[in-house]
Write a protein of this length. Structure first.
Lengths: 218, 218
DNA sequence: GCTTGCGGCAAGTATGTACTTGCATTAACC
DNA sequence: GGTTAATGCAAGTACATACTTGCCGCAAGC
């Protein structure tokens, strides 16, 4: 534990920043939260800005563990699981994300940090939609245009983002609990891209890979 | 113009707050932005907190002019127009909304102010959805549950909110221009609640009020 | 055993911020 | 024309913040 103090200070900086923002994250508060002397903070990181910059860079490096299967088998279930992981992750980070979004104009680094996670998630969804289309889940007919399919992915991510960010401060907007809401988001998304199959259709569609299809409870 | 100065200071406070947040909105900056002496600010409002509190209360009082028709005639067109109004309004206020969301934990008033607009919009959409159902646009069959219809409204508003708030700082997430994206959101929402009628169906459905139906371009 | 480096502690510096006070100016109102 | 209220200006107070400096204790490495 050679750099125990550095890590403690960095984590404390993240917590204080999440609560009070850049200006409110004073060196005194961070040192107190970390349980170290304020001078140690300057000796280790040079300045408050350097410390917060480093904290943000570390913050962008968090890797997400949610992935999609190589080929879609049950889109509703797979999307729901994936969306749930990202929603809970977002709820856990919502305080810090809010601060970063408000600091984005004054500190461009904050915008990059806040953008990193959602952008990666968005790319994953787009990739998954391509897989859905390649495997015949998304209607190829002119009924739903490709541009609309891309917008549907943006809409799904936007809804999940807004839900995770606002549910605590806009209670009147969210009447139903999280799991039901997320499932509804996924179903509307799939219906929007023409990929929500009723059991009859789904059986017909998955007949060729019936051996690998997982059972779908409920 | 008896209270010219008060209004100038209040508007300046809103601009400075939108850029720098509560802590960054110093009395010096606000006075400079308003073109008045810093002392005038204290003589008029007593303290910085009183001024910003008043600014927030005034900010919550803005009325929205977008309304839905009494009875739906062309849901896609009506929803698109309404969503467009709210999206542009949100884009105009996004800086101040971001600050309010980040200040919400420390200043509950900020949360109320930021919540007011979206909550009212949400109520309007829900009302419109009820009208859609009453007029037979939304499928009454068990295909789409009422809970899912409510979640669809939340999803639409969430997507519009996320789009307006994030489009400038997450460019990779939004690949298509605003009008196309909003139209896609509306179409996916309507398809999600079973109310997106192809021209053939729509003609059959609007036959009873054909005299009042507006022509739909494109 | 001695050095080296790291951290705590106390004090200090420079700057910014909220807010006050006293005085001069100006414009409106009777 | 004189009073009154609002404003500008200069200065000052009290406090917080970022950051520095010097000294001391301590633990590891040679």
């Amino acid at each position: 534990m050679i750099d125990d103090h550095r890590q403690r200070i960095l984590h404390a900086a993240a917590r204080v920043y999440a609560q009070h923002g850049w200006r409110g994250a004073t060196t005194r508060r961070i040192a107190e939260e970390a349980g170290v002397n304020e001078v140690t903070l300057f000796r280790q990181f040079g300045s408050k800005d350097a410390l917060l910059d480093l904290m943000m860079r570390e913050c962008s490096r968090v890797e997400q563990d949610a992935t999609f299967p190589l080929e879609p088998v049950d889109p509703e279930q797979e999307l729901l699981a994936w969306v749930t992981v990202h929603h809970t992750a977002l709820v856990g980070m919502r305080a810090i994300v809010r601060q970063m979004m408000s600091d984005a104009e004054e500190r461009p680094d904050a915008a990059n940090c806040a953008t990193h996670g959602p952008s990666a998630a968005m790319a994953q969804v787009r990739e998954y939609v391509v897989k859905l289309r390649r495997h015949g889940w998304v209607t190829e007919s002119g009924e739903v245009s490709p541009a609309e399919v891309r917008a549907a992915a943006t809409m799904l991510m936007g809804a999940v983002f807004a839900d995770g960010m606002n549910r605590d401060i806009m209670p009147t907007m969210f009447t139903q609990p999280v799991p039901e809401t997320l499932r509804a988001y996924v179903r509307i998304f799939l219906r929007g891209v023409g990929a929500l199959q009723e059991p009859a259709h789904r059986a017909a569609r998955t007949v060729e890979r019936d051996s690998t299809s997982t059972t779908v409870p409920e």
